[in-house]
Write a protein that binds this ligand. Structure first.
Ligand code: NZQ
Ligand code: ZN
Length: 383
């Protein structure tokens, strides 16, 4: 097992009917005026917004609202909201929504202290200063509710890049899995696939770390099982709660303890893809790219790939396990090729270059630009 540090400063409040606590959590930490950040309106339709407002009112918290964060959130919106935060002089930021909303809230919180928000992404240094961040999560996928990362797209250059740092961990995140029963099925699948992908990014480079490898395998099997269950019964609370907790654990440090910092080349490839094609959801892109990456990189750590095949998919070869993985995605209705998504073969070179420019080239196997291109080619129309 590799040496590791595990420090997660976020307080997670998890369970049914917990949104009512957000106001008091903010008040208790001495904050009185927040900028609430939201997406396209799902929180108005499922009662989350009303629950948040009641809670803020009860705790005597003043707030302003910024709406309209889109999936694959963009820099121009972050800049607009950071200007609102500065003008108002809020003392905290509250994201209410999915990962795109939470990531935007984090970027606004960091952007509050700088003139050039994108400069933080270019610098690639840990973000040490940001307004206090709070979140009410409505879509379990990214793990943003309990990690120090945010991913934003600079639209004019199609760069979809991450920032990270200790200041970007939320102070408190509320996860009420019951509000996720209003998710369209494909968003539930995207969340499950993102969760699977985070675990796999951490798992595949791992060796000699039995606790974490076994935990990760258990999380992977569980995510598949409970997602199957949610297809039958979207309102099954136990399954929603299991998926939500697995999703948080996938990227809050637990799934990576002792196995290193993860590979993340598949995420770089996906960010390159949805940077060029913002209509493609993160989880959808990952479902197509991860099987291709596994087949390309399995020789770099054969023992761990073999135990993944055996312990997660019950298969004797990695090829058979990848086939089972792809079959499961197809069963869930997720696309399994770039071609199916409408990506032209002629775009692959540009997507590879865009992905490569993020600087995340993998750790299990350091990939070249040519490797990126080959993986994308093999994901275009896999046999
Ligand atoms: O905008 P609204 O109206 O709220 O609708 C959203 C959105 O259309 C909807 N939704 C959310 N909760 C709902 C709901 N609809 C009905 N009922 C609910 N309870 O779902 C749609 C997608 O939301 P979005 O926030 O975009 O999805 P997700 O949570 O998957 O976030 C994806 C973004 O996070 C980034 C991705 O790259 C992508 O930009 N990531 C962030 C990471 C992090 N911060 O650690 C790591 C990830 O690897 C990832 O890169
Ligand atoms: Zn992800």
């Amino acid at each position: 097992m590799r040496n590791f540090e595990f420090h997660n400063p976020t307080k997670l409040v998890f369970g049914k009917d917990t949104i009512r606590q957000i106001g008091e959590e903010i008040r208790r930490r001495g904050h009185h005026y927040v900028l609430m950040i939201a997406g396209g309106g799902s929180i108005r339709r499922n009662g989350v917004y009303d629950a948040v407002v009641r809670s803020l009112n009860r705790a005597g918290i003043r707030w302003d609202e910024c709406w309209g964060v889109q999936p694959n959130p963009v820099l121009s919106k972050v800049e607009e909201m950071a200007a609102v935060a500065k003008k108002a002089g809020v003392d905290a930021v509250l994201g209410v929504g999915g990962g795109s909303v939470l990531d935007s809230a984090k970027a606004v919180a960091a952007g509050y202290y700088v003139d050039d928000v994108w400069g933080l992404f270019e610098k690639k240094e840990p973000v040490a200063r940001a307004l206090p961040i709070y979140s009410v999560l409505t879509l379990s996928a990214t793990g943003s509710e309990m990690n120090g990362y945010a991913v934003i797209t600079k639209e004019d250059e199609k760069k979809k890049w991450p920032i990270g740092g200790p200041a970007l961990f939320p102070q408190v995140s509320i996860v009420d899995p019951s509000v996720q029963s209003t998710l369209p099925w494909e968003q539930t699948v995207n969340g499950a696939v993102d969760t699977i992908s985070h675990i796999q990014e951490l798992y595949f480079p791992g060796r000699d770390a039995e606790v974490t490898l076994a935990l990760d395998e258990s999380l992977l099997r569980t995510v598949v099982r409970v997602t199957d269950r949610l297809r039958e019964e979207p309102g099954d609370y136990a399954a929603r709660a299991s998926l939500a907790w697995a999703s948080t654990m996938a990227l809050n440090g637990a799934a990576g303890a002792g196995v290193g910092d993860g590979d993340w080349a598949t995420h770089a490839l996906e960010h390159g893809l949805s940077g060029v094609h913002p209509e493609i959801a993160h989880g959808t892109g990952l479902g197509i790219l991860f099987p291709a990456w596994i087949l390309y990189c399995q020789d770099a750590n054969p023992e761990t790939f073999a135990r993944w095949a055996r312990n997660v998919w019950g298969r004797d070869s990695v090829e058979d396990a990848v086939a089972a993985f792809r079959a499961k995605l197809a069963e869930w209705g997720a696309p399994t090729s770039l071609k199916q998504l409408g990506v032209a073969e002629s775009e692959i070179g540009a997507i590879a270059e865009n992905a490569y420019s993020s600087g995340m080239h993998g750790s299990l196997k350091q990939l070249s630009l040519d490797d990126f291109r080959r993986i994308l080619e093999s994901a275009w129309d896999p046999a």
